[in-house]
Design a binder for this molecule. Structure first.
Ligand code: AVI
Length: 327
């Protein structure tokens, strides 16, 4: 089983760009200004996120890497206990540097599966197409660029097998708890009986550790946030003056909500294209991202509200991060 299927399904650029424009304008015109963090991930944003994952303060990647490196055999065994004849679908695959350990374990076990990495970034899918044949010789895979549910349908059209869905890297934390619940419910509606979900959660821990992870000393997370303003300047003909905004990450240990804002440093006007002018007051926040932290009780509640039943949990040695297997 060494066929490589390598034509990515693409979403047309013009449609993508106009959705970007509409979302940006809607967010900036709102009473409480916000941007959708999914737009962080253009080519420069992908590079910055890679650098964040290397930051000593950003413990999440190391924790999940440890789980994948040391517990892939146990995870694969749990897959086989609860599913048979399956493919692997990864939502928000990124560079797949963590899942690659699990994928290798499954290959070593002789599991006959196709890997469907889904990512919003065409750039990421292209990188995977280039790197996977080398890092995992013999892997059957099909990169899918686009929105998760749309592309999950495509994967199900291509292969009738059961799907084990990977949603790792605390991506679920980029939804509010309310939105995470409706995401789980929606995802479950796109899944079939016998499908499984492996999803990563960053756990509540000392607030300072969490805040520091989103405020690294080298300032890469700050650049990551600024890059979205730069992207608006580049792609939507905006004129954000980055020097007039300050990166302001927060963490509330009670709710577990880690939120990032950009604070306007003065009264200013920002133009987007020819038709839109946005006014910022001095000290007005622009809400950029939530990275929600959970405790195990909240995770079990989310599973049951989303229509799932937890079947296994894999944690790093400090218990800072958990990957949960749900059915
Ligand atoms: C992708 N996601 C899980 C990251 C997080 O931790 O919320 C994105 C990120 N934002 C700032 N640093 C990392």
């Amino acid at each position: 089983h060494s066929t490589v299927i390598s034509t990515p399904a693409t979403v047309s650029r013009s449609r993508h760009t106009s959705t970007f424009y509409n979302d940006v304008v809607q967010g900036l015109r709102a009473q409480q200004k916000y941007l959708d963090p999914k737009y962080f991930y253009d080519a420069p944003g992908d590079v910055l996120f890679q650098q964040i994952m290397q930051c000593p303060e950003y413990y999440l990647t190391a924790c999940e890497m440890e789980i994948m490196q040391e517990q892939s055999a146990a995870i694969a065994a749990a897959f086989d206990e609860h599913a048979s004849d399956y493919d692997i679908v990864e939502l928000g695959a990124g560079d797949a540097s963590k899942s690659v350990h699990l994928l290798k374990q499954l290959l070593d076990n002789g599991v006959d599966y196709t890997y469907f990495p889904i990512d919003i970034s065409g750039n990421v899918i292209q990188l995977l197409e280039d790197s996977l044949p080398e890092s995992l010789p013999g892997l059957q895979f099909q990169g899918l660029q686009g929105e998760y549910f749309e592309m999950l349908k495509v994967a199900n059209d291509i292969s009738p097998k059961r799907k084990i869905i990977l949603f790792m890297g605390a991506n679920i934390g980029n939804f509010t708890p309310f939105a995470a619940r409706s995401f789980c419910q929606q995802l479950r509606r796109h899944m079939h009986p016998g499908d499984l979900l492996l999803t990563g959660f960053d756990l509540k821990k000392h607030p300072q550790l969490i805040l520091h992870a989103y405020n690294d000393d080298a300032g890469i997370t700050r650049e990551f946030n600024f890059n979205l303003l730069r992207r608006i300047n580049r792609e939507l003909d905006g004129n954000f003056d980055i020097s007039q905004f300050e990166h302001f990450p927060t963490y509330d240990p009670q709710t577990g909500s880690c939120k990032s804002y950009l604070i306007s440093l003065c009264d200013q006007q920002v133009r987007i294209g020819d038709n839109v002018v946005i006014k910022f007051r001095e000290n007005e926040p622009l809400y950029m991202e939530i990275s929600q932290k959970y405790d195990p009780v909240e995770i079990d509640q989310l599973a049951s509200l989303g229509g799932f039943a937890p079947v296994a949990r894999f944690s790093d040695h400090r218990n800072w991060f958990s990957d949960y297997l749900w059915q």
